[in-house]
Design a protein around this ligand. Structure first.
Ligand code: PMP
Length: 360
């Protein structure tokens, strides 16, 4: 096997250059004779990592000065609880736009703390799965905020427009952050588990607008309290230092390859290659409408599911790893995050073509 391409949805591939760098400095970081994971989070060396990584993320996403960047624990699921507990204030409801598995999981968690409006935004367009235009989402007046998930990792659905509202928009960007350009100033809170486009699992990024602080419910665990985390500069407790350092290296890498604008072009090209191939084949199917196809997660099915196991086994031998679809979706899924090079997608398409030829 010459080369391995890892299509896992998360924890996912980390850029090869970043891994090589981390390997080189693993046991002797910055000449300290120790690894970055063995030093105090309050040491001047680690504080420099923390400051630089925040600045690099601010540069990459053009984050305005009135937003805080938090480096937290607890994953995106932790944020499913943190968001309502931080933002509801006196309100008892929020609008939860339900477009797929993860948005649905968020509303389930939120219903422990309020009576969310669970709004189904899915529809069928030209026989394919799609999402209603955001301008048509039926938002309520009483909602404290509007929550949605711009990229459904399992369903392979992406939402590229934003609702028209003066309420804070909260977005679970776990599987889309840094994949394309966004206007942060349009959001109240953006959060993302790191394990797809940022770095290793264990770190969660939260970007929160300043005026949304100070509304936390008293039952909110301090570790999820945005105001506490802002005051303590994400060091209320010991942060996941190694994941934070590695995320910082990923941010440096992203800047070195042209930032988010360049990455967006690269991601569009990768996704086009794969979707075009699927659309021109009679052997593979993707059931999402072109308007809402994810450029990060591409689920696809074989027309003959009896061939699924053979497909996965042969792909694995060919070095194309982790293509099995999520257990709730079945079929296949290729996650093609920032770290996946175009060559990896080309290798997948070549393999799919060969498999089709041998099994059609
Ligand atoms: N939201 C989305 C969009 C996800 O893809 C995932 C994980 N796959 C989650 C939330 C849950 O993330 P975590 O495991 O970090 O809690």
């Amino acid at each position: 096997m010459d080369k391995v391409y890892n299509f896992c949805a998360g924890p996912a591939m980390i850029p090869a250059d970043v891994m090589a760098q981390a390997q080189q400095e693993l046991i002797n970081w910055q000449g300290l004779g120790t690894s970055v994971m063995e030093i105090s989070h309050r040491s001047k060396e680690f504080l420099a990592v923390a400051a630089q990584s925040e600045q690099d993320l601010r540069d990459l996403l053009n984050i305005p000065a009135n937003y805080h960047v938090l480096f937290c624990h607890g994953g995106a699921r932790g944020q499913f609880a943190a968001v309502p507990l931080n933002l509801l204030g006196e309100a008892t409801t929020a609008d939860y736009m339900d477009g797929g598995f993860w948005a649905h999981s968020a509303v389930e968690e939120a219903s422990k703390y309020c009576q969310p409006n669970n709004i189904d935004i899915t529809c069928v367009k030209e026989g394919k799965k799609a999402i209603l235009p955001a301008a048509e989402w039926p938002l309520s007046d009483e909602a404290a905020f509007v929550h949605f998930c711009p990229n459904e990792t399992i369903d392979g659905i992406e939402i590229r427009d934003l609702p028209i509202t003066d309420k804070p928009i909260v977005a679970d960007m776990s599987s889309t952050i840094l994949s394309r350009q966004i206007d942060v100033s349009k959001y109240g809170v953006i959060y993302a588990g790191a394990q797809k486009n940022i770095g290793p699992a264990g770190l969660t990024i939260v970007i929160v607008r300043d005026d949304l602080l100070g509304k936390a419910k008293s039952i909110l665990p301090s570790i999820l309290d945005y105001t506490v985390l802002v005051d303590k500069e994400s060091m209320f407790n010991t942060p996941p230092t190694f994941a934070w350092y590695l995320a910082g290296e990923v941010f440096k890498w992203l800047k070195s390859v042209g930032g988010v604008a360049a990455m967006e072009q690269r991601n569009l090209a990768k996704a086009k290659l794969l979707y075009d191939f699927i659309d021109h084949s009679n052997f593979y199917i993707n059931d999402v409408h072109a308007d809402n196809r994810s450029i990060m997660n591409v689920p696809f099915q074989l027309k003959n599911p009896n061939l699924d196991e053979a497909f996965l086994a042969q792909a694995d031998i060919a070095g194309l790893k982790a293509l099995k679809g999520h257990r709730v979706a079945g079929g296949m899924r290729a996650s093609i995050y920032n770290a996946m090079p175009l060559d990896g997608v080309q290798a997948l398409v070549d393999f799919m073509q060969m498999f089709e030829k041998n099994n059609a």
